[in-house]
Design a protein. Sequence first.
Length: 703
Amino acid sequence: MGAPSEKPLLSENEKNDTWKGSENEKDAYTTLNLGVWSVLLPNEIVSGNIVSSTKQKWNAIFLAYPVVQGFFRQVYDLNPHLVLLFVALKLWGEMESVVSLYVSSRLLRIIEVGMTEGRPDASALLQALVAHLICVTLNATARWGRAYVSPILENSVSMHFDDYLLRAKLRLDMPTAADSNNRSQASAYYAWNSFEGLCDAFMRLFGLISQLIYISQQRNAGFLFTLIALVRPVMTLVSEKTLWLKPHVAYSDNKSYLRLQSLESMGQSRFRGDIIASGIVGWITEEYHRARDALGSVGCQNSWALYAIESSPLNQVLGEWAGALPTMYWALNALLAPARFSMTSIAILQQYSSSLNYSLQTLFWDFSRVGKCFTDIKILFEAGSIKNQIVDGDLPYPRPDAEFEVSRGMDIELRQVSHRISSNVTFAYPGEKSKEAALKEISLRIPAGSLVVIVGANGSGKSTIIKLLNRMYDVSDDGGQVLIDGIPIQQYRMADLRQAQATLTQEHKLFPLTLAENIGLGYPEKVRDVEMVMQAARDGGAVELLDKLKDGAETMLEPITTAFGYQLDDEKHKTLKGVLTKLEKKTEVSGGEKQRLVASRTFMRFQTKKIKLLCVDEPSSALDPRGEFELFERLRETGEGKTMIFVTHRFGHLTKYADIILCMKEGKVVESGTHKDLMARDGEYASLYNVQAQAFTESEVIV
Ligand SMILES: Nc1ncnc2c1ncn2[C@@H]1O[C@H](COP(=O)(O)OP(=O)(O)OP(=O)(O)O)[C@@H](O)[C@H]1O
């Protein structure tokens, strides 16, 4: 069950067709079927022998060397004394085994001589014992030193790289962050792990070389014995099957296994309400058993464990035979040259061979990680140099020479590039699987200071227009142009442009900070100005919520939880369990209250007095009708004179103020004009409007 094979362990009808690689992709890898898993391994790894794969590995290491050198320099500069102490302690850790071998074999020999001659040399014995004690004391102290120094250095390295990675992540724009090639695995933990891993590997190499030199020069051991003792660890290296160090992709498309996973995940607390209300507990259990029966005995342990399963015990047996070679060596020697051997020398040889075996195995283990450490360091450094897809411009906004007054809004135009044959604005999200563009052939002009309402069905492209104006995304060169105050949007400095915009959408999130900061960050320079924050909270309709909460504006809704309990199942730990529950308790607020907090942030932004464009994208889905009405009214009043774009499905009370209504359908603006124009046209807009109006008329009739 579950042993690697090139043949599928499942019949085809049990599999989903989740993954269809192109022919090119398929030529690049081989698929192993391991239980429920399909493991895709690059062909060069499957067909390559140990020499070629080792060569490739060292080539990669060689190429990454300059980056790794820079990494070590950075770590060293963090705290040179601590790094040197850490390295010295590690070095001692490796020398420890050679010194211990020397001291203990000397002690054994003195005892042996004393026993065979019947006259123990008390002073030599005492000296050897003292040396032994000094040696173990030094070892213990160095071990303590390593345990003491290591976390301090780890903390400093992790903090340094956490800071670096935070900056690297925060500077990414939306399309770059969404690009799977940029989805960096880098973490500060990798930094420490790689630093320690590389130190270990090179120290271990140093330790092993010292052992080899020492052992090969001993009278009873010598070069031949040293070689024999190395056979077993070398064989282990050659025959070992580990997947985790190989580049691979693993996935399961076994329908029964996926079904089991889905049903298992329904035990999560977030589904509890729905499960109780629907009374489907029995159904879930039955389905679970059905899926389990259908899965049968196909292995579903993780793919690494399945890969490591050997099809025969041959490797293990050969390994054990190789491990017996040193024993055969001294047994044969004892037979052929009994005068040269004693029980002590046999015991010492035994010590040598197990010490070499251990050192070489750990060296292989450490060196197998060297490639990964180099790659991790490379990934870490690459995370900081990912190029954003949205390129910043250098024109200040508002332009110093502009005739547009600060109090007026932004002039916006979406159109084709004038001097080139290009379409009007057409935009598809980067990397999207859908064949349909999100915006098609849009051509529109929004004069500065207008109030625009965009309406249309779900997915018709309303929010996408806002995202283009915020420069979350750019249209491609042949996809038309977005002009702000008559100039292509790409030419402006992004920070300037965004300072002139306030955007309120339903996608905004509350940060894991205090509510005051959540509001105040609309105007970061004034985040601590209580007066301004409270004014924004009043405008956003969040002030009642702040009054209601025990900690008021200092409440944190999504605090980072660090509390965890362990072994608290027993009744007698009820008190501790209670403490944990209290620590884990969060402040819950309603969806509408969250929307009010986010809206307050937008009002805070208005206090910068730099806003020229207000974009409001359906921010009121969870608000009660009065809350929604008041929010739109306040936004409209606050944005008076600026360009305002409202995207909303409940547009009833805004239409009378709208200078332009854009009605969208399937990525196109199908109608535009005033409410009166569009109602007269009796088209898409009129039909959407009438559906809303009808609901009220009918309810009035019922009442
Ligand atoms: N981040 C994204 N990545 C890929 N496709 C997206 C993304 N956001 C939106 N889309 C797609 O673009 C199209 C237009 O979406 P958009 O959000 O602009 O519609 P909308 O009119 O605002 O819809 P709704 O009324 O539901 O909010 C949809 O087909 C949607 O699936």
